[in-house]
Design a protein around this ligand. Structure first.
Ligand code: HEM
Length: 222
């Protein structure tokens, strides 16, 4: 019997739902990251400390990694199913703008996954398990000086270039993913669909430029 986990509509539904959760995560992550641009590292380090010690956020972190996994696993399954179902001459005949972005969802996802693994190893896993991040004290409480780590990384030219390219590819993925998720979740409407597409474009531009400005501003000005 087919259910949400095995039917093809169910799989796309789960993938879209998890994708929209990640859309929210990026807003939170960017808001905190922008604090690293402040003159003093204190606000960023305190926010990162709160995120890594607050019990509610710790639970949300498990949900977050679950969201990434669901999105990736079902993304792979749906892509394979689409490849099998797609007529052979599809690539040649379909030239609309939407199909251009949708055609590369799998490729961009692979790049984002590689970026994410390297990013987590360098920041998250290093801070939590590997060590080597300096400590700093605020009001007598020990914090990781993650701001110093981020700033040190973004003084390395090739790291900045890799981040900018990866973030542009993330923007490419978000541009189609945002509106496609709403369509999959059933919001297909003559009035609301153009609004969602516009909101998706604004979201994508703000998130992409917001993240990109961090390595660039640090490299040139901090
Ligand atoms: C300029 C860009 C970015 C900077 C400076 C940055 C910085 C950081 C730092 C410092 C951490 C470790 C936080 C801690 O251990 O407390 C972290 C974790 C993380 N980052 Fe990023 N990040 C950036 C972009 C991204 C992007 C684009 C994604 C997703 C595609 C992402 C996904 C994650 C995830 C999933 C974690 C682990 C969960 C968390 O701590 O919130 N990051 N990032």
């Amino acid at each position: 019997m087919s259910n949400i986990f095995s039917s093809s509509v169910g799989k796309k539904f789960l993938m879209s739902f998890a994708g929209l959760f990640l859309v929210v995560f990026l807003v939170v992550h960017l808001s905190i990251n922008l604090l690293v641009l402040k003159e003093s590292p204190e606000a960023f380090n305190k926010a990162a400390h709160f995120m890594s010690t607050n019990p509610v956020i710790r639970i949300m972190e498990i949900v977050l990694f679950g969201g990434f996994l669901i999105h990736m696993i079902y993304g792979v399954i749906v892509s394979i199913q689409n490849m099998i179902a797609r007529p052979i001459n599809y690539k040649k005949t379909n030239n609309s703008q939407t199909s251009y972005f949708s055609k590369y969802m799998f490729h961009t996802a692979v790049v984002i996954t590689i970026f994410l693994v390297l990013h987590l190893l360098d920041f998250y896993i290093r801070a939590k398990y590997i060590g080597g991040v300096e400590d700093v004290y605020y009001e007598g409480i020990k914090h990781h000086d993650l701001a110093a780590l981020v700033i040190a990384r973004f003084h390395i030219q090739w790291v900045v270039i890799v981040y900018v390219i990866a973030l542009l590819i993330l923007g490419f993925h978000l541009h189609h993913g945002f509106q496609s998720a709403f369509q999959t979740l059933g919001l297909n409407h003559p009035v609301y669909t153009p609004v969602i597409k516009a909101a998706g474009l604004i979201y994508t531009i703000l998130i992409t430029l917001g993240f990109i400005c961090i390595p660039i501003l640090i490299y040139f000005f901090k």
